[in-house]
Design a protein. Structure first.
Length: 332
């Protein structure tokens, strides 16, 4: 084994991933645990998942040899501003045997670094929420949206789910039978797609089905929209096009029109072969034809690379990135 040892973590709402690597490009261990976002799950549970992932990744490695670490998570600012939450993370770090300092970065920077080693560029993330960020010197410079489901996140999974329900409600208000997407939405939320003799009764049932659950659960309807768009269902196709427009507009708020740096796409709606990813890629190519498009990849490895890149002995951070961060599938 050669080089210093570092740790990287990518902490999300549904999973926590850890990677232990060396500055010579060796992967020593990985770990996986449940969702560790303190905003979603509370600081204590999040810290427990952090500890589980760290211990798994450090199996076979002396934690005392680790010299630096990076934790990436959504709502990093909230963690840093919460003494109790930071104390819980500090304790998990210590319980895993680590004595080195660690740095906390937002998940948008981690997504960017998982797609590109370039110091300057733009990242767009669309999963449950949505955010665009300009990166300068591998630090978040300017950010657009990411305002949460109540005030923003336009083009996100939540947005797609909410808008799909709103289209169904509009159809019912007009006493029109919803199309194929609307039928699936009704079945998912109220258990059937039958319209009551008085359509307002179905409206009331649908509204109640949505409002008695946490608002963020509307995001689970996004796959229905995506699947329907693949089948050219008109309402779904229109929603996907509108979502792509919102996401591209978010990027335009913070990215100069003549920028040529990379555009990295992150989040479940943009990293796979989805109609939204395809529509957004076309819009981004129209606005920034000279910019390379890249997909986000292994966030834990990217966090580890961020921890390693400025350490003594790392002379070529881009070359180290190529060794540590497996390239995601290229954007066609």
């Amino acid at each position: 084994m050669s080089g210093s040892i570092v740790v990287g973590l990518d902490v999300g709402g549904t999973s926590t991933r850890a990677a232990v690597v060396t500055t010579a490009g060796e992967r020593l261990g990985t770990g996986h645990a449940g969702g560790g976002n303190p905003t979603s799950h509370g600081a204590e549970r999040a810290a427990a998942e952090l500890r589980t992932a760290l211990r798994a990744a450090l199996a076979g490695t002396d934690p005392a040899r680790v010299t630096a670490g990076v934790i990436g998570l959504a709502g990093a600012g909230r963690l840093l501003a919460d003494p109790a939450g930071r104390a819980a993370f500090d304790q998990s770090w210590h319980d895993a045997g680590l004595r080195c300092p660690y740095t906390v970065h937002g998940d948008a920077l981690i997504a960017y670094a998982s797609g590109s080693p370039d110091p300057d560029g733009t990242v767009l993330v669309a999963g449950t929420g949505a955010i665009a960020a300009q990166v300068h010197g591998l630090r978040l410079d300017r950010v657009a949206d990411g305002h949460g489901w109540l005030l923003g996140d336009a083009g996100s999974g939540f947005w797609l789910g909410r808008e799909a329900v709103r289209r169904v409600l509009a159809d019912l208000d007009r006493a029109q039978r919803p199309g194929r997407l609307g039928t699936r939405i009704l079945t998912e939320l109220i258990g059937h797609a039958e319209i009551a003799p008085r359509p307002r009764d179905t409206v009331d049932a649908l509204v109640q089905a949505v409002t008695r659950r946490p608002p963020v659960e509307l995001a689970r309807l996004a796959p229905l929209v995506v699947d329907a768009a693949r089948q050219d269902e008109p309402t779904a196709v229109a929603l996907v096009a509108e979502a792509a427009g919102h996401l591209a507009e978010n990027a335009s708020r913070i990215r100069p029109a003549d920028a040529t740096g990379p555009l990295v796409l992150g989040g479940g709606l943009l990293t796979g072969d989805t109609p939204l990813a395809t529509a957004l890629q076309a819009e981004l190519r129209r606005r920034w034809p000279a910019a390379p498009l890249r997909r986000a990849g292994d966030g834990a490895a990217a966090a580890a690379w961020l921890a390693a890149r400025d350490l003594p002995g790392v002379e070529d951070p881009a070359a180290l990135h190529a060794l540590l961060v497996p390239p995601a599938a290229p954007v066609a």
